[in-house]
Structures are given as C-alpha cells and as structure tokens.
Write a new protein. Sequence first.
Length: 236
Amino acid sequence: MTGPAVSEPVSEPAAVTADQAARWSPNQQAARVRIAQAAARLVARSGIAACTTRAVAEEAGLTKSTVHYYVDNAGELVDLAVLTFLRQFADHVRQHMEVAADGPAAFRVLVSTFLPSEGGSAEPGGAAEPGGDRTPEGGGVELGETARLNSLVLWTTYLAHAWPRGAHAEVLTCFETIRALFEDAIGRCGVPDPAERARAVHLYLLGAVQHNIMRPLPPAEVARAVTALSGVPLHQ
C-alpha cells in the first residue's frame, strides 16, 4: 500500500493496529506518530476543541490530506490525541514516582497530579505549567515538573465527546492508563488489596476533579479521604 510518507525519525511509537503495522512502512508509521504527537500537543495546550485536522496538520508540518490518510475521521483524531497525551503524561509521572524515596512518597507524587497547583489552575488540556517549549525533543508533549491532570477537558469533555459515538474501548483505555499508576503506587506501600484501593482512590479523585470545577475541596478533606481509601497517609 502506498501513501504519504515522512522520513523524519520519531522517538515514540503511536498506537497502531496489527493490520496497520503489517501494511505500513516504517516511514508511514513514523508519519502516524508525528500526527499523534502533534495532536497531543494541541490537546495539552488548548483542549479537545483545538484538535482539528487543519490545526494538527499545521502543528505537524504536514498537509491535511496526509492527516486524512492516516486518521479516518475527527473522532479518531481526538482519541489518538488524548491517548497519546495520557501515555506521555503517565510516563512522565512514573519517572518521578520511580525516584521517590519509598512507596508512600511515590503515591503522594501521583495524587498531587490530580490536585490544583498552589495559587493556580490547570491549563485547558490538563497540564499545568507545561514547560514552555512548543515542540520538545522527540515531538512529544512538554511537561513541567508540576504537570497536573486536574482539568475538565480530559475527564469530562473527552468522555462526552467519545462515549456517545461508541468509542468505549478508547475511553476505557485512557482511564486504565492512569488507574494502573495508582495500582503500582499503592502496591509499593505494603497495604492489602492494592488493586481495589487503587480503583477506589482513582474514582474518588476523578470526582474531586469535577467538584473542584465548581468549588475547590479543602486540601485537608481530600487528604483524609485519600488516606482512608488507600490506607496510605497522604502527608509525611
């Protein structure tokens, strides 16, 4: 199969199906990655509404026809953008968790990504203080030291955008990407039933994110709830 190809190397693979991997050349797969990363940067900076074919083409330095070749429709483009962003965000957070002093410290790192920054709020796409560079090395999303997921866009707008059109697997994959971080973190803390506790904490924090849109919850209240659900003291 022939089609637009991009020879520029890309550092991170995008999610492709087995069929696509079999019929696309390495250059074609690289083009898909380039599109995915450009779309993810737009979502991180400006939210889902900014993730249009035209905007992604401009961000990636490609033509609209090239984007259309690798992505079937606008819905798939948004799915690709959000999942790419969340996977890069999860990798970013996991790196900070891995260098934490112990399990509870790693857990606190993760929980902090769901809470508003002191004296500030999240960027439209969910990453507070994204770091400044438009296109970092490797083409991924530039995430600052205090990047957070406490935004309406990812947890509400994407769900409303994707679920009605039947993108159930894509939505669940996005949520699972973050839930797995909680299971890993709590699993390092030596408490029983880490998978159940991870699910409970994740669901609570998703609710807290949405509540904070209307009225921020007192940090002490969040800390008590997370500690009760996880069995891990949130504060040192």
